[in-house]
Design a protein around this ligand. Structure first.
Ligand code: ADP
Length: 198
């Protein structure tokens, strides 16, 4: 760190006091999965459920972030890493403020997700694999992107001409092919409730 930087972390309202005020323990759920696997849909549904139960959350979603703070980044390996690095730093700030974050990004490689875990901290970071086969995601083709990728109009599209590595040891795996949206949201809530409840 440069000589002229003087962090003031030690003088701020404490993490413990913030958590007590919000009556929750923060974590960062890190959703990963192919485009169309259900990350955004589940993030939105889970956030509403958590809100209704009295929890304070923040959803960080790929398209929202890419249209704002990360609008200068593309989809090269370096840019994907930088995209996820910035999001992890933002999630960490939210966690330090006592908020629960739901991060919804393809985050295609284990090394990208490990980097996020390193930044956020292993005790806060909860990797969730939102699982659906390429075939299902392609059939859903929510945004018409698979069709474009197959035609070669989008290059480096995850699952088509860019790899996706399934998580090796996720906190949770949510199979959106086998279960309804409602069941997916409920099983996530059940898994995290003991972690976030004071
Ligand atoms: P992603 O954010 O991963 O790109 P989206 O959430 O945008 O994916 O799209 C997922 C699509 O799959 C939506 O059209 C959604 O309605 C549908 N879908 C079907 N079953 C499920 C499920 N169990 N969970 C989440 N989405 C589902």
């Amino acid at each position: 760190m440069a000589d002229h930087i003087f962090p003031i972390h030690d003088r701020l309202v404490s993490f413990k006091d913030r958590c007590q005020r919000l009556n929750q323990r923060p974590i960062s759920l890190w959703f990963c999965g192919l485009s169309g696997s259900g990350k955004s849909t589940i993030a939105v549904g889970l956030e509403h459920l958590l809100f209704q139960k009295g929890y304070t959350t923040q959803v960080l979603d790929g398209d929202n972030i890419r249209s704002g703070i990360n609008s200068n980044l593309g989809f090269s390996v370096e840019d994907r890493l930088e995209n996820n690095r910035r999001v992890a730093e933002i999630a960490k700030l939210y966690n330090m403020s006592g908020l629960i974050t739901i991060n919804s990004f393809i985050s295609p490689t284990q090394s990208i997700r490990n980097k996020a875990k390193e930044i956020i901290g292993a005790s806060f970071f909860k990797e969730v694999y939102i699982k659906a086969s390429l075939k299902t995601c392609e059939d859903r083709d929510v945004k018409g992107l698979y069709e474009k990728a197959r035609k070669g109009e989008i290059k480096g599209f995850t699952g088509i001409d860019s790899p996706f590595e399934a998580p090796e040891n996720p906190f949770l795996e949510i199979d959106t092919e086998k279960h309804t949206l409602e069941v997916c949201i409920q099983s996530l809530f059940k898994a995290i409730e003991p972690l976030i409840k004071i």
